[in-house]
Design a protein around this ligand. Sequence first.
Ligand SMILES: [Zn+2]
Ligand SMILES: [Zn+2]
Length: 303
Amino acid sequence: MIEVCLLGTGGMMPLTNRFLTSLYCKCEGSGLLIDCGEATQIAIKKANLSVYDIDYILITHFHADHISGLPGLLLSIGNSEKKTKVTILGPKGIKEVVKSLRIIAPELPFPVEVVELDKKEGEIKLNVFNIQYYELKHKMICLGYNIILNRLPEFLKQKAIDNNIPIKYWNKLQHLIECEDEITGVKYTPDMVLGEERKGIKISYFTDTRPCDNILKWTRDTDLTICEGMYGNTDKSTNAKRYMHMTMVEACEIAKETKPKNLWLTHYSPAEVKPQVYEKELKKIYSKVKIAKDGEKIKLVFV
Ligand SMILES: [Zn+2]
Ligand SMILES: [Zn+2]
C-alpha cells in the first residue's frame, strides 16, 4: 500500500490559496517527495504529513517553482531531529544547484546524498520505491518520474510441499532469496515455492512539458497519473507552446492513449482562478480526469 498526497497544485508561484505542485508518497514508513517549490514545507504540515519521514527528494528541473523550497525544507527536517540520510535526486546539474542552495542550510543533523540522474532515461531503486525517469520537453532539462511498487508473487504452500522444500527455507524463498542446505548442498530457488508474477502499483508524475513521445512510452497503464494542466482556457494554447507547457485538453488527449486508472491535473497557471470549471468538459475527453485540489489524497493498494 502507498499513500499519496498532492501537496499543491500551482505553477510559477505560490498563491495565498494554492501551494506549488509537489507530491508526497509514503510506503512502509519511508517518505518520498517529488519537487519542492517555495512553501512546500508548509504544505506538508497543512496536509498533516511529517517532514521527518522524508528519505528521498526527487527534483524534476531547476525552475524556482520546483526547487526553491529545498533549503527551508532541509532545515525543517533537521528540526524534526532526523538522523538518517536524505537522498536528493535530479537531472544533470543537481549537485551544483543543491550545493548553492545549501549555502543557507550548511549544517544539518543528518547526512545528505545528492545523486545526478545524468542519462536520458533510466531506473533506480530507492528502498521500496522503484523509480523510472525519462526526459521531457521543457525549456531546460526536465525529468518525468514513475514510482513503481513491485509485488512479490504469491507463496504457494502446496508447491513448497510438493517440491520437498524444508520449512526453514520457506520465508527466505518467499522473499526471493536463494538457499543452499549446508549439509547436503541442495540448492533451493524462489520459483520452487512461488506462483505467477503479480501486477504492482505504478504512479506517473510529469509536469512542465509539451506532449512528447517519451510520455507515451513511459506512462502507460498507471494506477495514478499526475500531470500538468497549466491552462484550461483553450485560448492559451499558444502560451502553452511558447512556454513549453501543456493544456488540460492536451493532458486528457494523452490519457486517452495511456489509459491511467486515475488522472489528476496540476500545476495550474496563476491566471486560472477556478480550474475546477473545466472538469465537466474534460471528462468528455477522458472520464477519469480530476482537477486536483491542494492536499488531494489517495491510498493505492495491490489488487
Ligand atoms: Zn513549473
Ligand atoms: Zn518549468
